[in-house]
Design a protein around this ligand. Structure first.
Ligand SMILES: [Zn+2]
Ligand SMILES: [Zn+2]
Length: 280
């Protein structure tokens, strides 16, 4: 099978099989972006031993709707993993945790900043010093310079990286994210659109700072860095600003940075969930 449409059909077949829990053992991680952008971020990852929700930046009701749309039952989720306390990553966590009896995993600092907690939730501390067993996934966390105490980027089963709200890319970030199968990477803004856009100067400064968000160019510079191997299978462009970015521009910038052996590149959308993609 060749060509983009055949590839989509191929993934669709895999997804359909995996709905009945047949192929997860053959294909270690299935990823679905429920939505990503400045208004909310959430991803589902399913593996042989469990299902996790990474970030819960939509309301609980919206998360349930999006998961149903994507064919995911939240009753199968074994952990809610939160990268940091900003509401576009944590808004729905407390209600989902109580309703579905799912533990919330986050760093100690982030656990104190998740909105709506009332003591009824099961909270588990994510370590940045060792691998964490999160609902059967091996999760490594690395501190992010973002302006939220305890913020982290993640690596799941040494195959899929989650790196949004990053501020800037250091050599240690490149080492952490290099050579994965899949990578959800922040392409937050185009610098010209940001400077000419509606945000006040102080907010523009915050976004551009080393505690803010990655621009298209910063993310693309990571992809073509000499000491970095881009993801082999799938690259998701995530956390695009609706006001300060253009999906076509972000995609063009990413494609120009990638070499000849390009992974599948997907622009994650804010408004609707994406395809479920199996990475193995
Ligand atoms: Zn943030
Ligand atoms: Zn964010």
């Amino acid at each position: 099978m060749q060509g983009p449409s055949a590839r989509i059909v191929f993934f669709a077949i895999l997804v359909r099989v995996s709905l009945h829990n047949v192929c997860v053992s053959l294909f270690p991680i299935e990823v679905c972006v429920l939505g990503s952008g400045s208004s909310g971020n959430s991803y589902v990852m399913a593996g042989a031993s469990g299902v996790i929700l990474v970030d819960a930046g939509f309301s609980a009701r919206e998360t349930i709707t999006r998961a149903e749309f994507a064919g995911v039952s939240l009753s199968t989720v074994g952990a809610i993993l939160i990268t940091h306390g900003h509401s576009d990553h944590s808004r729905g966590a407390a209600v989902l945790a109580r309703r579905f009896h799912i533990p919330i995993w986050a760093t100690a600092a982030t656990l104190t900043r998740i909105p709506g907690l009332n003591g009824a939730e099961e909270l588990r501390t994510l370590s940045i010093h060792k691998a964490n067993d999160v609902a059967g996934f091996s999760v490594r966390a690395m501190t992010s310079p973002h302006d939220a105490p305890g913020a982290v980027i993640l690596k799941v089963d040494m195959r899929v990286g989650v790196a949004t709200d990053l501020g800037y890319v250091s050599a240690s970030v490149r080492r952490f994210l290099t050579g994965l199968e899949g990578l959800l990477l922040e392409f937050n803004h185009d610098i010209t659109m940001l400077r000419n856009g509606p945000y006040p100067p102080w907010l523009q400064e915050r976004i551009q700072s080393r505690q803010g968000h990655l621009s298209n160019v910063q993310a693309a510079t990571l992809l073509c860095a000499p000491d970095f191997v881009p993801p082999r299978r799938v690259l998701w462009l995530c956390h695009l600003s609706e006001k300060n970015n253009d999906p076509k521009l972000a995609l063009r910038t990413a494609m120009a940075a990638l070499g000849d052996n390009k992974p599948i590149v997907v622009v994650a959308r804010q408004d609707v969930p994406g395809y479920r993609v199996v990475i193995g």
